[in-house]
Structure formats: structure tokens, C-alpha cells
Design a binder for this molecule. Structure first.
Ligand SMILES: [Zn+2]
Length: 301
């Protein structure tokens, strides 16, 4: 992580007193995680291990104390697969209360037929978003404990998220809300969606308050079958594991694009101004959820 530290030092020297702001490293995070060297971050590969090293370095640089969670599963062909989630707690200023879990999966499709699926949007962009949230909350602590969780095995069927929900680092009853990022960087229409409001009135009210604050077009939806079951994203990314467990959830992500699940999902195809705006939106969102969390109704256990 020396290169990043040097970059931060250069910013301080050249632009003092402007300190690095949360999200300043988001583009670089996506570029690094979606580089060919990471080999598409397929679960249980060397590229995946390299991606973890990068994420661990960034977590420590931000001041987090990462812990890992290993899990295994068996593919239909009988192959045994190992995955690793990385996570860290950011202490709230009011200890002992409700907890927010921010998730983003770092795995992608790896190498297939000799082609590297770099997964810049899916989901290096979400990892960068979760790191930006961590930076923001280390700069100004949240009221409630926030766990930042980088999940493995999403592309294999939400495997990391399911492992997390089965054995969370705090009792599931304490987790008030899951906020999941999966594909934050690419939209020809300049739009990002926030899903989860249809299942929870508190979530919907917070998201409606967020819409006018968002520098990119923020739309609510994709959380019912109104536009067909295939456009209901409730179980289509890691938040699905939390939804199945009965927890309130929010998902931020863009609609599918021509590079979705293609080897062309590269850093170079990301519209950078849109991505910067989306990062601002998701960081503001988690801050808003934290500040209003005490009004989230208790759920039946
Ligand atoms: Zn994804």
C-alpha cells in the first residue's frame, strides 16, 4: 500500500490544507481491483487472494481492524470451494445499540475461456463504495456501530452473504439494517436505483429524503414484481440473504448495461463523473440511515 500512502502524502503537500476526502480513492480502488493482475477475482483463486490483500491494505490504511470469516461449499459438480469474507467494526458513539451492516461483494467471474472478467462495475465499484463509507465514518464516527463487510462468493449464489447471516459477528437481532452495494459505477442514463423501500416504510421514507440530496438521479424501485419477477432485485444480490432472514435491507445499484457479466466490464468503460456522484450518494445514505436508526421500528424476533 506504499503507493497509496505516497499518493496521499503528495496530496497533502500539493494541496494543503485540503485533506483527502472520503471517496477520493474510489476510482483508484476500482482500477486496482479490476486490473488484469487480479484475474477477475474468481472465488478460491490466486486473483481472489490478491484482491483480499489489496482490500486488507486499504482497510488498515483507513484505520480499520479487519477480521476474516472463512466458509466452504460444494458445487453441483462435487468440487469443494473455499471463500473468505473480510469485515471490520466501526464503533458508534452510542455503544450497545442497533448495528448497520454495509456489504459489497469483491468476487467476480474470474477467467473463462481465456478471457479475464475484470468486473470493474460488478463489483469493484461497490467495494470502493464500502471503503468510502468506512473513510467517512472513521473521519466522523457514526452514532451506531457500523460493520463494513466485503463478501466473497456472490457470483456463486450469495455464498458469502449466507455464511455471514448464519454466523454474524454480532447477534442477528442487533443488526437493524443491511445496506448492500453492487454495481455503482455505470449508467448511460445517469441513474442509480435504491431498492428495499417497498418492503419497509421506514426505509422508503429515508430513501425519499435522500432523492433530492443525490448528485446523480436516484430512483426507487426494483423491489416488487410490478415490472415482472425478473425486474425484482430482492434476492438478486447479497442483501437477499438478509431479506430471507427477515431483516430490513437497502440495495444500491445500476440497471444492467452492455458490459454486464462480460469481459468488457473494465475500468476504462466507467463514466467517472457518474461514479463519483454515486459514491457521494451512498455515503450520504449510510449517514442518513445511521442518524435516523432509532426510529426504525423493532422487528418481531
Ligand atoms: Zn455483483
Amino acid at each position: 500500500m506504499r503507493r497509496l500512502l505516497l499518493a496521499a502524502t503528495a496530496v497533502l503537500i500539493l494541496a494543503a490544507p485540503a485533506l483527502a476526502a472520503p471517496g477520493d480513492f474510489a476510482l483508484e480502488d476500482v482500477q486496482m481491483l479490476s486490473a488484469d493482475a487480479m484475474q477477475g477475482r474468481g472465488i478460491d483463486t490466486e486473483g481472489s487472494a490478491d484482491a483480499r490483500l489489496y482490500i486488507l491494505g486499504r482497510m488498515r490504511e483507513i484505520g480499520l481492524e479487519p477480521v476474516d470469516q472463512e466458509f466452504t461449499f460444494t458445487r453441483k459438480n462435487g468440487a469443494q470451494v473455499s471463500g473468505v469474507n473480510l469485515m471490520a467494526r466501526i464503533a458508534g458513539t452510542r455503544p450497545g445499540g442497533k448495528v448497520i451492516v454495509v456489504t459489497a461483494h469483491y468476487d467476480h467471474l474470474g477467467v473463462q475461456d481465456g478471457k479475464i472478467y475484470n468486473g470493474a462495475d460488478d463489483n469493484a465499484s461497490g467495494v470502493a463504495g464500502a471503503l468510502a463509507v468506512a473513510e467517512a465514518f472513521k473521519a466522523r464516527a457514526p452514532l451506531h456501530d457500523v460493520w463494513i463487510v466485503f463478501l466473497d462468493g456472490e457470483e456463486s449464489g450469495l455464498r458469502g452473504a449466507r455464511a455471514f447471516v448464519e454466523a454474524p459477528p454480532v447477534p442477528l437481532a442487533m443488526i437493524a439494517l443491511n445496506v448492500n452495494f453492487d454495481m455503482l459505477s455505470k449508467s448511460a442514463k445517469g441513474e442509480i436505483y435504491a431498492s428495499g423501500g417497498s418492503a419497509n416504510a421506514w426505509v422508503r421514507a429515508r430513501l425519499e429524503a435522500l432523492v433530492p440530496m443525490s448528485p446523480v438521479i436516484l430512483k426507487l424501485g426494483h423491489d416488487t414484481d410490478a415490472d415482472g419477477a425478473e425486474n425484482n432485485w430482492t434476492f438478486q444480490s447479497d442483501h437477499g440473504a438478509f431479506a430471507r432472514a427477515g431483516l430490513p435491507w437497502v440495495y444500491f445499484g445500476v440497471e444492467d448495461h452492455p458490459e454486464y457479466h462480460k469481459p468488457t466490464d473494465d475500468f476504462a468503460t466507467i463514466p467517472q463523473p457518474f461514479f463519483r456522484g454515486a459514491i457521494t450518494t451512498v455515503v450520504s445514505a449510510v449517514r442518513l440511515f445511521d442518524e435516523h436508526l432509532d426510529s426504525l421500528p423493532e422487528r418481531a424476533t
